[in-house]
Design a protein around this ligand. Sequence first.
Ligand code: UT7
Length: 353
Amino acid sequence: MKNVTITGWGKCVPQSVVTNEDLASVIDTTDEWITSRSGIKERRISHVNNSDMATLAGKRALAAAGLQPTAIDYVIVATCTPDRQIPSTAAYVQTKIGAPHIAAVDINAGCTGFIYGLSMAHGLIATGAANRILLIGSEQISSYLNLEVRSTAVLFGDGAGAVIVEASEDDSGIKSMALGCDGDGADHLTVTGLGTELVGADEPRAIVMDGAEIFRGAVVRMGDGVVAAVKDAEWELEDVDLVIPHQANLRIIDAIRRRIKVDEDKMYVNIHKYGNTSAATIPIALAEAVDEGRVEAGAKLVFAAFGAGVTWGAVAFQWGDRVEPIATTDEELPEPTQTGLEILIANQRVLQK
Ligand code: UT7
């Protein structure tokens, strides 16, 4: 089996910022409540389709790896907010990025989607079924936010992160994986009013969550996942340079840190800027961590996530030698013509349909 590593990384977050104060102008909430319960200060709201964010993140990852789009042979998009139910978001990304005819598929494991995607990319490359995969976690979750459901409307945001996954020529790459799902918890975190089910399809669209149950599950599953992945990699927890956890709640991240007993500076946090971008949090955080110099050559990283399903997963990953992108692209999203709050309010009319 081949070693499987990451050679390119990139993110795309839309320009429009919605602060807690902005939300408090239209929802019965406060900056104090949101900050103290979640650590979130602001989030981005997209004026373009999910596939547009995914495509730009993918182009940035390709540039970082020094690759043309035609050098990849597979696109996987982890998302639970596809542009359309049919076709896959990956099909749109494949054509927008300029990689004709290559395999393209979406996967949905809620907020754990990127970790599941990494495990699938690992399998495809390790067995030789694919050579170079563009793996993207991308979400336009603002489309599901119902301003009348304040307990979830304040927690999420839009964005995309991408990596290039390929066989490694050195010792770097995925060292272990620990994944799981408990379908008994399926209704603990769900989007109502969207889907083909025979009962419930006419409910208003909203993210509905048993917050306390999800909180507890996230702490236990992500914490234990990190420990299991580290053990399977034959590392010690003290050897880990940086844990990149799913960004759902700062209190969850702090509780995991206390559970596994690692120092604060070894837990990557950017939730204050973006909120919970679901399957996009880890690839966005990874791209930021590398660009900020938080990932050194040969660094021992652990990614951990928990989400709808309920699903969980952790990956022990040893970074390679290169911490600088080979190239960058100056492509940007078009300028928005509405504020983020205006987009959110406009979405409410769509939710009523
Ligand atoms: O990626 C995986 C997905 N999500 C997560 O991992 C999130 C997991 N859960 C959580 O992060 C937390 O459970 C929440 C942030 C969702 C909630 O925090 P909490 O400390 O568990 O608050 P709570 O649900 O117990 O609510 C406390 C109070 C309630 O009022 P009463 O009944 O005590 O009077 C809520 O009605 O806070 C009220 N509340 C709000 N108040 C102001 C709920 N949402 C809001 C709001 N603003 N936005």
